[in-house]
Ligand binder design. Sequence first.
Ligand SMILES: CC(C)(COP(=O)(O)OP(=O)(O)OC[C@H]1O[C@@H](n2cnc3c(N)ncnc32)[C@H](O)[C@@H]1OP(=O)(O)O)[C@@H](O)C(=O)NCCC(=O)NCCS
Length: 410
Amino acid sequence: MASETLTIIDNRTGKQYEIPVKNGAIKATDLFQIKVTEDDGIVSYDPGFMNTASCQSKITYVDGDRGMLRYRGYPIEQIAEKSSYLETAYLILYGELPNKSQLEDWTHNITFHSIIHENIKKLIDGFHHDAHPMGILLSTVGALSTFYPEAKKIFDVKSPYRHSLGLPYSYPDNDLSYPGNFLNMLFKMTELKYKPHPVLERALDVLFILHADHEQNCSTNAMRGVGSSQVDPYSAVAAAAAALYGPLHGGANEAVLRMLMEIGSKNNVPEFIKKVKGGEGRLMGFGHRVYKNYDPRAKIIKDVADQVFEVTGRNPLLDIALDLERIALSDDYFIKRKLYPNVDFYSGLIYQSMGLPMDMFPVLFAIPRTSGWIAQWEEMLTDPDQKLARPKQVYLGAQKRDYVPMEKRS
Ligand SMILES: CC(C)(COP(=O)(O)OP(=O)(O)OC[C@H]1O[C@@H](n2cnc3c(N)ncnc32)[C@H](O)[C@@H]1OP(=O)(O)O)[C@@H](O)C(=O)NCCC(=O)NCCS
Protein backbone atom coordinates (compact mmCIF):
# COMPACT_ATOMS: atom_id res chain seq x y z
CA MET A 1 0.00 0.00 0.00
CA ALA A 2 1.44 3.40 -1.01
CA SER A 3 2.10 5.60 2.01
CA GLU A 4 1.03 8.87 0.33
CA THR A 5 -2.62 7.88 0.38
CA LEU A 6 -5.71 8.21 2.47
CA THR A 7 -7.81 5.13 3.24
CA ILE A 8 -11.50 5.88 3.39
CA ILE A 9 -13.99 3.30 4.62
CA ASP A 10 -17.57 3.92 3.61
CA ASN A 11 -19.45 2.73 6.68
CA ARG A 12 -22.69 2.60 4.70
CA THR A 13 -21.36 -0.12 2.42
CA GLY A 14 -18.18 -1.37 4.13
CA LYS A 15 -16.22 -0.52 0.96
CA GLN A 16 -12.68 0.76 1.27
CA TYR A 17 -11.09 3.40 -1.00
CA GLU A 18 -7.49 4.42 -1.50
CA ILE A 19 -7.17 8.16 -2.29
CA PRO A 20 -3.76 9.63 -3.28
CA VAL A 21 -2.45 12.60 -1.28
CA LYS A 22 -0.29 15.09 -3.20
CA ASN A 23 1.15 18.34 -1.78
CA GLY A 24 -1.09 17.93 1.26
CA ALA A 25 -4.27 17.70 -0.81
CA ILE A 26 -6.64 15.07 -2.15
CA LYS A 27 -8.48 15.60 -5.42
CA ALA A 28 -12.16 16.22 -4.78
CA THR A 29 -12.89 14.30 -7.99
CA ASP A 30 -11.30 11.19 -6.40
CA LEU A 31 -14.21 11.18 -3.96
CA PHE A 32 -16.61 10.63 -6.84
CA GLN A 33 -15.94 6.90 -6.88
CA ILE A 34 -17.61 6.72 -3.44
CA LYS A 35 -21.20 6.44 -4.57
CA VAL A 36 -24.24 8.17 -3.07
CA THR A 37 -26.62 6.87 -5.73
CA GLU A 38 -25.92 4.73 -8.75
CA ASP A 39 -25.12 7.86 -10.79
CA ASP A 40 -23.76 10.25 -8.22
CA GLY A 41 -20.57 10.18 -6.20
CA ILE A 42 -19.86 11.92 -2.93
CA VAL A 43 -18.93 15.63 -3.14
CA SER A 44 -17.13 17.78 -0.61
CA TYR A 45 -19.45 20.50 0.73
CA ASP A 46 -17.52 23.66 1.57
CA PRO A 47 -19.40 26.99 1.43
CA GLY A 48 -16.94 29.88 1.41
CA PHE A 49 -14.04 27.54 0.50
CA MET A 50 -13.12 27.11 4.18
CA ASN A 51 -10.93 24.10 3.41
CA THR A 52 -10.84 23.80 -0.35
CA ALA A 53 -7.85 24.70 -2.53
CA SER A 54 -9.19 26.00 -5.84
CA CYS A 55 -5.81 26.02 -7.59
CA GLN A 56 -2.10 25.44 -7.32
CA SER A 57 -0.14 28.68 -7.24
CA LYS A 58 3.47 29.88 -7.06
CA ILE A 59 2.75 33.55 -6.50
CA THR A 60 1.95 34.42 -2.88
CA TYR A 61 2.36 32.48 0.33
CA VAL A 62 0.40 33.30 3.48
CA ASP A 63 0.91 31.51 6.80
CA GLY A 64 -2.01 32.79 8.80
CA ASP A 65 -1.01 31.22 12.11
CA ARG A 66 2.45 32.76 12.03
CA GLY A 67 1.33 36.09 10.51
CA MET A 68 3.60 35.56 7.51
CA LEU A 69 3.25 36.90 3.96
CA ARG A 70 5.66 36.33 1.05
CA TYR A 71 5.55 37.36 -2.61
CA ARG A 72 7.36 34.77 -4.75
CA GLY A 73 9.23 33.71 -1.60
CA TYR A 74 10.34 37.21 -0.50
CA PRO A 75 9.07 38.32 2.95
CA ILE A 76 6.70 41.29 2.75
CA GLU A 77 8.76 43.16 5.38
CA GLN A 78 11.83 43.16 3.08
CA ILE A 79 9.84 44.12 0.01
CA ALA A 80 8.02 46.96 1.79
CA GLU A 81 11.35 48.32 3.05
CA LYS A 82 13.48 47.92 -0.07
CA SER A 83 11.31 47.68 -3.16
CA SER A 84 8.93 49.92 -5.11
CA TYR A 85 5.40 49.05 -6.23
CA LEU A 86 6.40 48.73 -9.89
CA GLU A 87 9.30 46.41 -9.05
CA THR A 88 6.95 44.38 -6.84
CA ALA A 89 4.40 44.16 -9.64
CA TYR A 90 7.15 42.83 -11.94
CA LEU A 91 8.14 40.25 -9.33
CA ILE A 92 4.54 39.13 -8.85
CA LEU A 93 3.88 38.87 -12.58
CA TYR A 94 7.15 37.33 -13.77
CA GLY A 95 8.25 35.39 -10.69
CA GLU A 96 11.72 36.98 -10.31
CA LEU A 97 13.06 40.39 -9.33
CA PRO A 98 13.99 42.36 -12.48
CA ASN A 99 17.61 43.23 -13.29
CA LYS A 100 18.47 46.89 -13.88
CA SER A 101 17.57 47.06 -17.57
CA GLN A 102 14.42 44.93 -17.11
CA LEU A 103 13.22 47.33 -14.42
CA GLU A 104 14.03 50.36 -16.59
CA ASP A 105 12.08 48.91 -19.55
CA TRP A 106 9.16 47.86 -17.35
CA THR A 107 8.95 51.28 -15.67
CA HIS A 108 9.24 53.05 -19.04
CA ASN A 109 6.51 50.89 -20.60
CA ILE A 110 4.06 51.50 -17.79
CA THR A 111 4.84 55.21 -17.50
CA PHE A 112 4.43 55.77 -21.23
CA HIS A 113 1.17 53.82 -21.51
CA SER A 114 -0.86 55.71 -18.95
CA ILE A 115 -3.08 57.73 -21.29
CA ILE A 116 -6.49 56.23 -21.95
CA HIS A 117 -8.87 56.83 -24.84
CA GLU A 118 -10.58 60.24 -24.51
CA ASN A 119 -14.02 58.65 -24.82
CA ILE A 120 -13.49 56.90 -21.49
CA LYS A 121 -13.71 60.34 -19.91
CA LYS A 122 -17.14 60.81 -21.50
CA LEU A 123 -18.22 57.54 -19.93
CA ILE A 124 -17.07 58.78 -16.52
CA ASP A 125 -18.83 62.10 -17.15
CA GLY A 126 -22.09 60.15 -17.46
CA PHE A 127 -21.98 59.12 -13.79
CA HIS A 128 -23.81 61.18 -11.21
CA HIS A 129 -21.43 63.50 -9.31
CA ASP A 130 -21.82 61.53 -6.07
CA ALA A 131 -21.53 58.05 -7.64
CA HIS A 132 -19.31 55.79 -5.54
CA PRO A 133 -15.81 55.78 -7.14
CA MET A 134 -15.66 52.00 -6.85
CA GLY A 135 -18.85 51.67 -8.92
CA ILE A 136 -17.30 54.00 -11.50
CA LEU A 137 -14.04 52.02 -11.47
CA LEU A 138 -15.55 48.62 -12.07
CA SER A 139 -17.90 49.89 -14.79
CA THR A 140 -15.06 51.75 -16.50
CA VAL A 141 -12.67 48.81 -16.38
CA GLY A 142 -15.42 46.62 -17.83
CA ALA A 143 -15.96 49.21 -20.58
CA LEU A 144 -12.23 49.16 -21.43
CA SER A 145 -12.81 45.74 -22.97
CA THR A 146 -14.87 47.46 -25.67
CA PHE A 147 -12.11 50.02 -26.30
CA TYR A 148 -9.41 47.39 -26.55
CA PRO A 149 -11.12 44.42 -28.24
CA GLU A 150 -7.72 42.90 -29.03
CA ALA A 151 -7.64 42.02 -25.31
CA LYS A 152 -10.06 39.22 -26.17
CA LYS A 153 -7.11 37.39 -27.66
CA ILE A 154 -6.11 36.23 -24.24
CA PHE A 155 -3.73 33.57 -25.38
CA ASP A 156 -1.68 36.18 -27.37
CA VAL A 157 -0.22 37.31 -24.72
CA LYS A 158 -8.37 58.43 -11.28
CA SER A 159 -10.59 59.96 -12.87
CA PRO A 160 -13.62 59.30 -10.49
CA TYR A 161 -12.08 61.49 -7.76
CA ARG A 162 -11.78 64.56 -10.02
CA HIS A 163 -15.21 63.85 -11.50
CA SER A 164 -16.78 63.89 -8.04
CA LEU A 165 -15.23 67.32 -7.36
CA GLY A 166 -16.08 68.67 -10.81
CA LEU A 167 -12.36 69.20 -11.54
CA PRO A 168 -10.87 68.80 -15.03
CA TYR A 169 -9.09 65.48 -15.43
CA SER A 170 -5.35 65.73 -14.95
CA TYR A 171 -3.11 64.05 -17.51
CA PRO A 172 -0.30 61.77 -16.39
CA ASP A 173 3.18 63.28 -15.99
CA ASN A 174 5.79 60.85 -17.26
CA ASP A 175 8.56 62.51 -15.23
CA LEU A 176 6.98 61.26 -12.02
CA SER A 177 7.15 57.88 -10.29
CA TYR A 178 4.09 55.60 -10.39
CA PRO A 179 2.73 56.71 -6.99
CA GLY A 180 3.88 60.31 -7.61
CA ASN A 181 1.98 60.34 -10.88
CA PHE A 182 -1.08 58.94 -9.17
CA LEU A 183 -0.96 61.82 -6.63
CA ASN A 184 -0.47 64.23 -9.56
CA MET A 185 -3.59 62.92 -11.28
CA LEU A 186 -5.58 63.34 -8.07
CA PHE A 187 -4.33 66.61 -6.69
CA LYS A 188 -2.78 68.76 -9.46
CA MET A 189 -4.53 72.13 -9.66
CA THR A 190 -3.27 75.09 -11.71
CA GLU A 191 0.45 74.68 -11.06
CA LEU A 192 2.50 73.87 -14.16
CA LYS A 193 4.24 70.94 -12.53
CA TYR A 194 2.89 68.97 -9.59
CA LYS A 195 5.50 67.98 -7.01
CA PRO A 196 4.44 65.11 -4.73
CA HIS A 197 5.65 65.25 -1.13
CA PRO A 198 8.39 62.57 -0.98
CA VAL A 199 7.11 61.09 2.31
CA LEU A 200 3.55 60.78 0.99
CA GLU A 201 4.80 59.44 -2.34
CA ARG A 202 6.81 56.71 -0.58
CA ALA A 203 3.90 55.98 1.81
CA LEU A 204 1.60 55.40 -1.15
CA ASP A 205 4.24 53.20 -2.80
CA VAL A 206 4.47 51.04 0.35
CA LEU A 207 0.67 50.83 0.64
CA PHE A 208 0.53 49.73 -3.00
CA ILE A 209 3.20 47.07 -2.32
CA LEU A 210 1.23 45.74 0.66
CA HIS A 211 -1.94 45.44 -1.41
CA ALA A 212 -0.37 43.91 -4.53
CA ASP A 213 -1.48 40.32 -3.96
CA HIS A 214 -2.85 38.08 -1.25
CA GLU A 215 -3.28 34.60 -2.74
CA GLN A 216 -6.81 33.19 -3.08
CA ASN A 217 -8.92 35.95 -1.52
CA CYS A 218 -12.50 36.74 -2.58
CA SER A 219 -11.62 39.08 -5.47
CA THR A 220 -8.79 36.89 -6.78
CA ASN A 221 -11.17 33.96 -6.70
CA ALA A 222 -13.61 36.07 -8.75
CA MET A 223 -10.79 36.94 -11.18
CA ARG A 224 -9.90 33.28 -11.63
CA GLY A 225 -13.52 32.09 -11.67
CA VAL A 226 -14.70 34.66 -14.22
CA GLY A 227 -11.42 34.42 -16.18
CA SER A 228 -11.87 30.65 -16.44
CA SER A 229 -14.62 31.31 -19.00
CA GLN A 230 -11.79 32.78 -21.16
CA VAL A 231 -13.36 36.22 -21.15
CA ASP A 232 -11.02 39.19 -21.81
CA PRO A 233 -8.93 40.40 -18.82
CA TYR A 234 -10.75 43.76 -18.52
CA SER A 235 -14.06 42.00 -17.92
CA ALA A 236 -12.43 39.65 -15.41
CA VAL A 237 -10.79 42.59 -13.59
CA ALA A 238 -14.20 44.34 -13.47
CA ALA A 239 -15.61 41.21 -11.77
CA ALA A 240 -12.68 41.10 -9.34
CA ALA A 241 -13.14 44.81 -8.55
CA ALA A 242 -16.84 44.17 -7.88
CA ALA A 243 -15.90 41.42 -5.41
CA LEU A 244 -13.38 43.72 -3.74
CA TYR A 245 -16.01 46.44 -3.30
CA GLY A 246 -17.88 44.63 -0.49
CA PRO A 247 -17.32 45.67 3.16
CA LEU A 248 -16.10 42.20 4.17
CA HIS A 249 -13.23 42.50 1.69
CA GLY A 250 -11.67 45.66 0.15
CA GLY A 251 -14.52 47.88 1.28
CA ALA A 252 -13.40 47.30 4.88
CA ASN A 253 -10.96 50.25 4.91
CA GLU A 254 -13.85 52.59 4.17
CA ALA A 255 -16.02 50.80 6.74
CA VAL A 256 -13.29 51.21 9.40
CA LEU A 257 -13.28 54.98 8.96
CA ARG A 258 -17.07 55.17 9.11
CA MET A 259 -16.96 53.06 12.29
CA LEU A 260 -14.29 55.30 13.90
CA MET A 261 -16.34 58.40 13.09
CA GLU A 262 -19.47 56.79 14.50
CA ILE A 263 -17.63 55.94 17.74
CA GLY A 264 -16.59 59.60 17.81
CA SER A 265 -14.48 59.63 20.97
CA LYS A 266 -12.21 57.41 23.04
CA ASN A 267 -14.78 57.47 25.84
CA ASN A 268 -17.25 55.57 23.66
CA VAL A 269 -14.84 52.72 22.84
CA PRO A 270 -15.77 50.38 25.76
CA GLU A 271 -19.48 50.75 24.94
CA PHE A 272 -18.79 50.00 21.26
CA ILE A 273 -16.75 46.89 22.12
CA LYS A 274 -19.60 45.73 24.35
CA LYS A 275 -22.05 46.05 21.46
CA VAL A 276 -19.75 44.11 19.10
CA LYS A 277 -19.42 41.34 21.67
CA GLY A 278 -23.20 41.31 22.00
CA GLY A 279 -23.48 40.60 18.27
CA GLU A 280 -24.43 44.16 17.24
CA GLY A 281 -22.11 44.65 14.28
CA ARG A 282 -18.44 43.85 13.84
CA LEU A 283 -15.22 45.54 14.73
CA MET A 284 -14.25 46.48 11.18
CA GLY A 285 -10.59 46.06 10.27
CA PHE A 286 -10.32 43.13 12.69
CA GLY A 287 -10.29 39.44 11.89
CA HIS A 288 -9.26 37.56 8.80
CA ARG A 289 -10.13 34.27 7.17
CA VAL A 290 -6.46 33.25 7.03
CA TYR A 291 -4.55 35.32 9.60
CA LYS A 292 -5.12 34.03 13.08
CA ASN A 293 -2.31 36.27 14.24
CA TYR A 294 -1.36 39.93 13.67
CA ASP A 295 -1.58 40.67 9.94
CA PRO A 296 2.06 41.46 8.98
CA ARG A 297 0.82 44.21 6.66
CA ALA A 298 -0.94 45.97 9.56
CA LYS A 299 2.40 46.20 11.43
CA ILE A 300 4.11 47.87 8.45
CA ILE A 301 1.13 50.18 7.89
CA LYS A 302 1.30 51.39 11.49
CA ASP A 303 4.88 52.62 10.87
CA VAL A 304 3.85 54.25 7.60
CA ALA A 305 1.02 56.01 9.46
CA ASP A 306 3.50 57.59 11.89
CA GLN A 307 5.60 58.93 8.99
CA VAL A 308 2.54 60.30 7.17
CA PHE A 309 1.12 61.96 10.28
CA GLU A 310 4.43 63.82 10.77
CA VAL A 311 3.75 65.53 7.45
CA THR A 312 -0.04 65.88 7.54
CA GLY A 313 -0.60 66.21 11.29
CA ARG A 314 -2.04 63.50 13.49
CA ASN A 315 -5.36 62.09 12.38
CA PRO A 316 -7.72 62.70 15.32
CA LEU A 317 -9.35 59.30 14.75
CA LEU A 318 -6.01 57.59 15.45
CA ASP A 319 -6.52 57.76 19.22
CA ILE A 320 -9.86 55.96 18.90
CA ALA A 321 -8.23 53.31 16.67
CA LEU A 322 -5.33 52.79 19.10
CA ASP A 323 -7.74 52.44 22.00
CA LEU A 324 -9.92 49.99 20.10
CA GLU A 325 -6.87 47.91 19.28
CA ARG A 326 -5.57 48.02 22.87
CA ILE A 327 -8.90 46.97 24.37
CA ALA A 328 -9.69 44.35 21.73
CA LEU A 329 -6.27 42.70 22.00
CA SER A 330 -6.71 42.19 25.73
CA ASP A 331 -10.35 41.09 25.58
CA ASP A 332 -11.26 37.41 25.83
CA TYR A 333 -13.84 37.60 23.03
CA PHE A 334 -11.22 38.70 20.49
CA ILE A 335 -8.38 36.56 21.93
CA LYS A 336 -10.46 33.37 21.83
CA ARG A 337 -11.50 33.99 18.22
CA LYS A 338 -7.97 35.06 17.22
CA LEU A 339 -9.16 38.42 15.94
CA TYR A 340 -6.29 40.82 15.22
CA PRO A 341 -6.06 44.08 13.23
CA ASN A 342 -5.89 43.44 9.50
CA VAL A 343 -4.48 45.53 6.64
CA ASP A 344 -7.58 47.73 6.55
CA PHE A 345 -7.49 48.85 10.16
CA TYR A 346 -4.95 51.67 9.71
CA SER A 347 -4.80 52.20 5.92
CA GLY A 348 -7.97 54.34 5.86
CA LEU A 349 -6.53 56.71 8.46
CA ILE A 350 -3.51 57.27 6.23
CA TYR A 351 -5.57 57.83 3.10
CA GLN A 352 -7.82 60.26 4.93
CA SER A 353 -4.84 62.24 6.22
CA MET A 354 -3.50 62.42 2.67
CA GLY A 355 -6.70 64.20 1.67
CA LEU A 356 -8.51 61.29 0.01
CA PRO A 357 -12.26 60.94 0.50
CA MET A 358 -13.45 57.74 2.15
CA ASP A 359 -15.24 56.33 -0.83
CA MET A 360 -11.94 56.37 -2.78
CA PHE A 361 -10.33 53.91 -0.34
CA PRO A 362 -11.44 50.68 -2.04
CA VAL A 363 -10.21 52.15 -5.34
CA LEU A 364 -6.79 52.60 -3.73
CA PHE A 365 -6.91 48.89 -2.90
CA ALA A 366 -8.05 47.85 -6.39
CA ILE A 367 -5.30 49.72 -8.27
CA PRO A 368 -2.31 47.87 -6.77
CA ARG A 369 -4.23 44.57 -6.52
CA THR A 370 -4.58 44.60 -10.31
CA SER A 371 -1.00 43.26 -10.66
CA GLY A 372 -1.90 40.33 -8.40
CA TRP A 373 -5.18 39.68 -10.24
CA ILE A 374 -3.40 39.65 -13.60
CA ALA A 375 -0.61 37.35 -12.34
CA GLN A 376 -3.18 34.93 -10.89
CA TRP A 377 -5.28 35.07 -14.06
CA GLU A 378 -2.28 34.29 -16.23
CA GLU A 379 -1.24 31.44 -13.95
CA MET A 380 -4.78 30.04 -14.18
CA LEU A 381 -4.83 30.25 -17.99
CA THR A 382 -1.51 28.47 -18.34
CA ASP A 383 -2.26 25.76 -15.77
CA PRO A 384 -3.22 22.55 -17.59
CA ASP A 385 -5.19 21.41 -14.50
CA GLN A 386 -7.57 24.39 -14.69
CA LYS A 387 -10.97 24.23 -16.32
CA LEU A 388 -14.09 26.37 -16.47
CA ALA A 389 -14.94 27.09 -12.81
CA ARG A 390 -18.22 25.44 -12.15
CA PRO A 391 -18.82 24.25 -8.59
CA LYS A 392 -21.27 21.52 -7.68
CA GLN A 393 -24.14 21.96 -5.27
CA VAL A 394 -25.88 19.79 -2.71
CA TYR A 395 -29.48 19.92 -3.91
CA LEU A 396 -32.05 20.02 -1.09
CA GLY A 397 -35.04 21.35 -3.05
CA ALA A 398 -38.34 19.78 -4.07
CA GLN A 399 -38.33 16.55 -6.08
CA LYS A 400 -40.20 16.43 -9.39
CA ARG A 401 -43.76 17.78 -9.19
CA ASP A 402 -46.33 18.87 -11.75
CA TYR A 403 -47.13 22.47 -12.65
CA VAL A 404 -50.17 23.78 -10.72
CA PRO A 405 -52.62 26.00 -12.69
CA MET A 406 -53.33 29.37 -11.05
CA GLU A 407 -56.94 28.52 -10.06
CA LYS A 408 -55.74 25.49 -8.12
CA ARG A 409 -53.13 27.35 -6.06
CA SER A 410 -54.00 28.30 -2.51
C1 LIG B 1 -12.67 39.05 7.53
C2 LIG B 1 -13.86 38.22 8.03
C3 LIG B 1 -15.00 38.35 7.00
C4 LIG B 1 -13.43 36.76 8.17
O1 LIG B 1 -14.54 36.06 8.53
P1 LIG B 1 -14.62 34.45 8.70
O2 LIG B 1 -13.30 33.84 8.49
O3 LIG B 1 -15.74 33.99 7.85
O4 LIG B 1 -14.94 34.30 10.23
P2 LIG B 1 -16.38 34.26 10.89
O5 LIG B 1 -17.27 35.32 10.31
O6 LIG B 1 -16.86 32.85 10.86
O7 LIG B 1 -16.04 34.66 12.38
C5 LIG B 1 -15.60 33.76 13.38
C6 LIG B 1 -16.05 34.30 14.73
O8 LIG B 1 -15.38 35.56 15.00
C7 LIG B 1 -16.34 36.61 15.07
N1 LIG B 1 -15.79 37.73 14.31
C8 LIG B 1 -15.09 37.67 13.15
N2 LIG B 1 -14.69 38.89 12.78
C9 LIG B 1 -15.16 39.73 13.72
C10 LIG B 1 -15.07 41.12 13.87
N3 LIG B 1 -14.42 41.88 12.99
N4 LIG B 1 -15.67 41.69 14.94
C11 LIG B 1 -16.33 40.92 15.83
N5 LIG B 1 -16.42 39.60 15.75
C12 LIG B 1 -15.87 39.00 14.70
C13 LIG B 1 -17.62 36.09 14.46
O9 LIG B 1 -18.75 36.74 14.95
C14 LIG B 1 -17.55 34.62 14.80
O10 LIG B 1 -17.92 34.51 16.16
P3 LIG B 1 -18.79 33.20 16.65
O11 LIG B 1 -17.85 32.03 16.43
O12 LIG B 1 -19.12 33.48 18.05
O13 LIG B 1 -19.99 33.16 15.74
C15 LIG B 1 -14.37 38.74 9.42
O14 LIG B 1 -13.32 38.63 10.36
C16 LIG B 1 -14.88 40.17 9.35
O15 LIG B 1 -16.07 40.36 9.05
N6 LIG B 1 -14.02 41.20 9.68
C17 LIG B 1 -14.44 42.56 9.57
C18 LIG B 1 -14.34 43.03 8.13
C19 LIG B 1 -12.93 43.24 7.70
O16 LIG B 1 -12.13 43.86 8.38
N7 LIG B 1 -12.61 42.72 6.50
C20 LIG B 1 -11.31 42.88 5.90
C21 LIG B 1 -10.61 41.59 5.75
S1 LIG B 1 -8.95 41.87 5.18
